[in-house]
Design a protein around this ligand. Structure first.
Ligand code: PDD
Length: 285
């Protein structure tokens, strides 16, 4: 029987029911994280849980556990479900209360759940690269918060799916922000360029891993805004994200990027990322 976490306790998945007045259900009033598990070990759990706590703070949500308590609970969950390779999905909502936009007063307990999902570490897309479209970024101005409100992201991803593409690369007035569920970087003049970590993007944990790897391997990086024009004319384009790691983009809006193959720097980063997974979790694909 698959286990989940409900408010800090391991329970059978069948015990979890969503109340129709849960604020996550009615308003998307909550936050979430997706953490990768390799070899039964959580990858970059501390970074994910720090971001979770930051997201909670930004929406004035009080979480009754510390990051390290949640970390321990998640490790127990992984063990209970004998998860080798996969993800943990964790979400915390502002709890159950009669519908009213303002926060419940007095406040109610938050609703915290976590579940695991087995996902094999696939390299098919990583080896060949994938296609993307560009689309206007219609989201709000706090994309740094990992909020349950994902309508803008969903509409962008659906547009990509309908175009037979893997990802939608979003831009605000011609400035590239990020993918619908990933960060975007380009290689131009041999240098990696990626949007600064401000309110317009989620500061991806994989993006942070990539930046550290670049710093320790003398790969030049510039955190600055870049345009759709620079994107289309880049030598290489790649995405980073928890489930995709480092994923090459070989075509955007039907235009071939570089020579239409995963680029050299992207491949180097894939290799370094695998080394980092091996270093932290003791596994390699
Ligand atoms: N998405 N930007 C957005 C909008 C995202 O939703 C994600 C991750 C990222 C990459 O962040 P990280 O490297 O921490 O996974 C960037 C997750 C995986 C999701 O929603 O399923």
């Amino acid at each position: 029987m698959e286990k989940m976490i409900l408010n800090g306790k391991l329970v059978a998945q069948t015990e979890i029911k969503v109340d129709f007045e849960d604020r996550g259900y009615q308003f998307g009033d909550g936050i979430y994280e997706v953490i990768r598990v390799y070899n039964g070990q959580l990858f970059t759990a501390e970074e994910h849980l720090k971001r979770l706590m930051d997201s909670a703070k930004h929406i004035f949500l009080s979480v009754p556990y510390s990051a390290s308590e949640i970390n321990e609970q998640l490790q127990e969950l992984v063990k209970a479900n004998s998860l080798e390779s996969g993800i943990i999905y964790l979400q915390i909502t502002r709890g159950v209360s009669p519908r009213n936009h303002a926060f419940p007063n007095p406040s109610v307990d938050c609703m915290y759940i976590a579940k695991t999902k087995a996902v094999p570490r696939s390299t098919a897309n990583a080896d060949t690269g994938v296609n993307a479209i560009t689309t206007e970024d219609i989201r709000w101005l706090r994309c740094d918060i990992k909020s349950l409100n994902l309508l803008g992201n969903i509409l962008a991803k659906q547009k990509a799916a309908e175009a037979g593409c893997f990802e939608a690369i979003q831009h605000r007035d011609g400035t590239v922000t990020e993918g619908s569920s990933s960060n975007v970087s380009i290689v131009s003049g041999g240098k990696i360029i990626t949007h600064p970590a401000n309110n317009l993007i989620l500061n991806g944990i994989s993006r942070q891993v990539m930046l550290h790897l670049c710093a320790s391997n003398d790969i030049p990086v510039e955190e600055r805004e870049f345009t759709v024009d620079e994107l289309m004319n880049a030598e290489e384009v790649f995405l980073t994200g928890t489930t995709i790691e480092v994923l090459p983009i070989i075509k955007i809006d039907g235009t071939v990027i570089g020579d239409g193959q995963p680029g050299q720097i992207t491949q180097k980063l894939q290799e370094l990322f695998s080394n980092e997974v091996e270093r932290q979790c003791g596994v390699r694909n």
